[in-house]
Ligand binder design. Structure first.
Ligand code: NAP
Ligand code: GLV
Length: 323
């Protein structure tokens, strides 16, 4: 009998035939997000699930799925999945790293430039018919070229951002639990420093760590107070890495100059106080939103799910110890 796979939400079409070759597919081709109760119901007969970062793959959901053997996430981040609960039940979790690295680094740099040079404000100014003439101090922002960039996390995306920073002649610092190999540091032109020093010295602080118990509210009021008053915080990692209330207070008090955010603590809810601030650029979690990239992410998740259910090794296991 073919294994059964639940696809929780709309995906790029290429993913479905990949699954259908080996599995019976229950494809929920819609954009709504299932809550825990609905997921639990839909997973009763499933051997595998292809899910997204919006899906609450909690301990309760995982433990109530009697036949579940593989969870394939269409994203690199997997903080919506209780990995410990999956591992305890020998369920393999897969994700989609690498393929989205460059797209997310591009978006990070776009956000950095847009925030530093006030691009959304400037565009709104023009569209609103407010542009009367060229003025010497009209919509002036901060320097990007030659400034100091602090990367919190120097994994795949952090490294790709560092490569872009080289082209802008930026001095690049990084904070990470482990030191990168010397050759990589030299190639990227980066220097490892403690987080405190990075916050004190950087003109731009950009976050590239996964969300977990160690990184939740890694950037809170104490860290924001250490930043330069002229500095900008960029977050394309996960919202809860930053204490959003503290960030709003810091921006209101002028403790830092601005923020560029692609991710939020309670997506898709963005606090009104944040929306009211003029010195922030806000995006709806579009870091990897390039058609070819998203299509590949869907195909990779489907391939790993189908491969595992056909007795093969998946390419990207988050908890390889269960294999
Ligand atoms: P990665 O290659 O695993 O890199 C993460 C880095 O974070 C690792 O090098 C790790 O190095 C470091 N790290 C982990 N915990 C840390 C801590 N407590 N303090 C400092 N550094 C720490 O992951 P990636 O592919 O670059 O992706 C990073 C994250 O970006 C994902 O987890 C996801 O949440 C987010 N993301 C967002 C979007 C978007 O659409 N906005 C798109 C893609 C990814 P050490 O182990 O040496 O510390
Ligand atoms: C997107 O946020 C991802 O983690 O892939």
């Amino acid at each position: 009998m073919k294994p059964r796979v639940l696809v929780t939400r709309h995906v790029y079409p290429a993913a479905i035939p990949i699954l259908q070759e080996h599995c019976v597919v229950d494809y929920q081709d819609r954009y709504e997000v299932m809550d825990e109760a609905r997921l639990q119901k839909k997973l009763q007969l499933a051997d595998g699930v292809v899910c997204q970062l919006t899906d609450p793959m909690t301990r309760a959901v995982i433990e109530s799925a009697p036949n579940l053997r593989v969870i394939s996430q269409i994203a690199v981040g997997h903080d919506n999945i209780d990995i410990a609960a999956a591992t305890a039940r020998n369920i393999v979790v897969t994700n989609t790293p690498d393929v989205l690295t460059e797209a997310t680094a591009d978006l990070t740099f776009a956000l950095l430039l847009a925030t530093a040079r006030k691009l959304p404000t400037a565009e709104r100014f023009l569209r609103d018919g407010k542009w009367q003439r060229w003025d010497v101090d009209l919509l002036c922002g901060g320097d990007v070229h030659g400034s100091t960039l602090g990367l919190v996390g120097l994994g795949r995306i952090g490294q790709a951002v560092a490569r872009r920073a080289k082209g802008f002649s930026m001095r690049v610092l990084y904070a990470s639990r482990n030191q990168a190999p010397r050759e990589l540091e030299q190639e990227l032109g980066v220097m490892r420093v403690p987080l405190d020093a990075l916050l004190r010295e950087s003109d731009f602080v950009s976050l590239h760590v996964p969300l977990n118990d160690d990184t939740r509210h890694l950037i809170s009021i104490a860290q924001l107070c250490q930043m330069k008053r002229t500095a900008v915080l960029i977050n394309t990692a996960r919202g809860p890495i930053v204490d959003e209330r503290a960030l709003i207070a810091a921006l209101e008090e002028g403790l830092l100059a601005g923020a560029g955010l692609d991710v939020f603590e309670d997506e898709p809810n963005v606090p009104g106080d944040l929306l009211a601030l003029p010195n922030v650029v806000l995006l709806p979690h579009i870091g990897s939103a390039v058609t070819s990239v998203r299509s590949l992410m869907c195909a990779i998740a489907a391939r790993d799910c189908a491969a595992f259910l056909s007795g093969e090794q998946p390419e990207h296991a988050v908890n390889p110890e269960v294999l």
